[in-house]
Design a binder for this molecule. Structure first.
Ligand code: SAH
Length: 219
């Protein structure tokens, strides 16, 4: 497939998978339009890069379905001024979308191999407002806290305390899948000083957040 075919596939995805299902934030749609998703999937799966599905990216992990990326990003309501913390870099695709919409993105990934590949892809695409770390994201990144927005793209058994604590008291918001290993729902958390607002959103299925405040490693 050439670049024109990828661009057409991306427009098709925007219309049929995103706008048709209620993604209406034009900043989110424009950000997604500007990120070449095919650059973030393994070479042999590029023809499927704009399909309505998650895809394998190695180390038993997946790049999320485009709709879920758009939906979670829309829930964060980014304006361009935010410092964002992302847990679960994976391919770096969600990271790239966040970089288009926020001031700066810190992203944490448990697997060094995935973190390095994602950093390489983002560098190649000249996305610079990002810092990728290898480590247990369930503990957050206390040195860089507080964050205006936190997004977790792996499933947690409950909201990790350290992430809640690293949310800005001035309207900080977090989106995180919470549940068991089989199924979860998105939880949206909004903080204003000592006032916390919790909102249950749609059902989802993510790979597990493995770490101290997540699931225990199985091996
Ligand atoms: N947003 C990514 C989704 C990747 S899947 C994308 O669209 O490509 C979830 C990622 O979370 C996996 O790469 C997995 O290795 C990572 N992960 C799981 N537990 C983690 C933890 N405790 N800290 C950091 N990353 C973790």
């Amino acid at each position: 497939m050439g670049e024109d075919a990828f661009r057409a596939a991306r427009e098709n995805m925007l219309a049929n998978q995103l706008r048709a299902r209620g993604i209406h934030d034009t900043r989110v749609l424009d950000a997604i339009r500007s990120v070449p998703r095919h650059e973030f999937v393994p070479e042999n799966l590029r023809a499927d890069a704009y399909s309505d599905t998650p895809l394998p990216i190695g180390s038993d992990q997946t790049i999320s379905q485009p709709f879920i990326v758009a939906y979670m990003t829309q829930l964060l309501g980014l304006t361009g001024r935010e410092y964002v913390l992302e847990i679960g870099t994976g391919s770096g695709y969600q990271t790239a979308v966040l970089c288009k919409l926020a001031r700066y993105v810190y992203s944490l990934e448990r697997y060094r191999s995935l973190a390095e590949r994602a950093a390489h892809t983002l560098h190649r695409l000249e996305i610079k407002n990002v810092d990728i770390h290898v480590g247990d994201g369930s503990q957050g990144l206390p040195d860089m806290a507080p964050f205006d927005a936190i997004i977790v793209t792996a499933a947690a058994p409950s909201i990790p305390g350290p992430l809640q604590a690293q949310l800005s008291p001035r309207g900080g918001r977090m989106v995180i899948p919470v549940g068991d290993a089989e199924r979860q729902h998105l939880e949206r958390v909004i903080r204003n000083g000592d006032r916390w607002h919790f909102e249950r959103d749609i059902a989802v299925k993510f790979v597990p957040l493995v770490g101290r405040y997540g699931f225990t490693p199985s091996a």
